[in-house]
Ligand binder design. Structure first.
Ligand SMILES: [Fe+2]
Ligand SMILES: [Fe+2]
Length: 405
């Protein structure tokens, strides 16, 4: 077999790795390609929020899953001691002693290859394939390749590709600044959100891409409208517009799920339907319905709690965003500015046409509480007309707003 391997910390694996792997696969005609994350570096203090070896492996598996005949191997993670390529290569050669094995490396590694531990063995027993990490590096690579060929009689090939100038360090700092998804595949980005790695700040456009497939087709315009409206309301009232967008994008994300699945999400991420969770123990004795009873009694409200659970557990949002989603249907006592904005954005976004919405829409930019009061009263009246009983939190929300007047 003709095989190749690419080592690295993969903290996290990014599109630069994937592009290089694809190009190598094609240009070397590989039958298989392995991504091999290094073991825990022994003397390196890892930054906070960094990924564990297990998580790096899982992300690398996701990266490999998008490339036919590529896979991630855990042999360096399993092995005790430093991750020497020579040990890894020996293990791989034992599996297929007659086959060809390529060591893939980027510019910086390639230029220092003869200083690696047992470089002589590597150059005698493996083929080497180098790829540029930045535009304009080819001449340096050519020169080095010639040296290695002459000195070691090694087989060295250069992989031609349009390099994506990115490093894992760049990715980590972009993630912390609220970007970074464009440097990763969506699957790896979602993994990072779910595991809250690297201090990631969920990027609204990426949340949108991840959330849309979870929505019913007919709900998409509503959620898009809600995102726009929430952003505008946040600007008007001095709230964090990015947080408002995150909450709006995710507020109905569980709405098409069956109730059992929604209840599972709530249980998995510590949300008690109707109560909240540890975040709001004050409500615990007021509303003692079991989650199942809650789902039966207030089916229209359940998605707010499961949506909060999903946003928190699957999309890594802040507790403020989680709570804004949690109370977007009922409202509650002592609503925060963000909670008010999401409740109202859901009510007045441009596709809404219910009676009285125009007045609330106007008022929302003049008197936030007044708009909320009017809208909540409208909804309660509507429920009474249809002989539906509102959730107690809705009544409390309205009473609270009346008091504040
Ligand atoms: Fe909703
Ligand atoms: Fe909604």
């Amino acid at each position: 077999m003709n095989r190749g391997f690419l080592g690295g910390t993969f903290n996290p694996p990014h599109l630069g790795h994937i592009r290089a792997a694809r190009a190598a696969m094609e240009q070397l005609g590989l039958d298989e390609l392995y991504f091999i994350p290094t073991g825990e570096p022994p003397h390196k203090d890892l930054p906070a929020d960094t990924a564990t070896a297990e998580q790096r492996l899982e992300m690398t598996e996701l990266a490999a899953s998008g490339i036919p005949h590529a896979k991630a191997l855990d042999l360096e993670i399993r092995r005790e001691g430093p991750s020497y390529s020579v040990l890894t290569a020996r293990e791989l050669l034992e599996e297929d002693p007659e086959g060809e094995l390529w060591l893939l490396c980027g510019t910086d590694m390639f230029l220092t290859l003869d200083q690696w531990y047992r470089a002589d063995w590597l150059l005698e027993n493996l083929h080497i394939a180098a790829y540029p990490r930045k535009p304009g590096e080819m001449p340096d690579l050519e020169e080095k390749a010639e040296v290695l060929r002459r000195k070691w009689n090694a087989r060295v090939e250069l992989i031609r590709l349009d390099p994506m100038e990115v490093s894992s360090t760049d990715v980590r700092s972009a993630l912390k600044r609220g970007g970074g998804s464009e440097l990763l595949g969506d699957e790896i980005y979602a993994y990072i959100l779910r595991n809250r790695l690297y201090g990631v700040q969920p990027e609204p456009d990426a949340l949108w891409r991840l959330a849309v497939p979870m929505l019913e087709e007919k709900r998409i315009p509503h959620v898009r409208g809600c995102r726009e409206e929430a952003g505008k309301l946040a600007l008007r009232w001095g709230a964090d517009a990015v947080e408002a967008e995150r909450a709006a994008i995710l507020h109905d994300v569980t709405k098409k799920m069956p109730a059992e699945e929604q209840l599972r999400l709530c249980a998995a991420y510590g949300i008690i339907p109707g109560i909240g969770g540890e975040a709001d123990p004050a409500r615990a004795d007021e509303e003692s319905l079991s989650p199942d009873d809650f789902a039966r009694r207030y089916p229209a409200v359940l998605h707010a709690f499961s949506g909060a659970a999903a946003a928190w557990g699957l999309f890594g949002v802040s507790s403020a965003v989680r709570d804004a989603i949690m109370w977007h249907t009922t409202g509650k006592r002592d609503m925060t500015l963000l909670e008010k904005i999401i409740w109202l954005a859901d009510y007045i976004e441009p596709t809404r046409t219910m009676p009285g919405v125009k007045k609330v829409r106007r008022l929302a930019y003049e008197d936030l509480d007044g708009a909320l009061r009017l809208a909540m009263k409208n909804s309660l009246d509507h429920m009474t007309e249809r002989k539906k009983s509102p959730h107690p939190a809705s009544l409390e929300a309205l009473n609270d707003l009346k008091k504040e007047r």
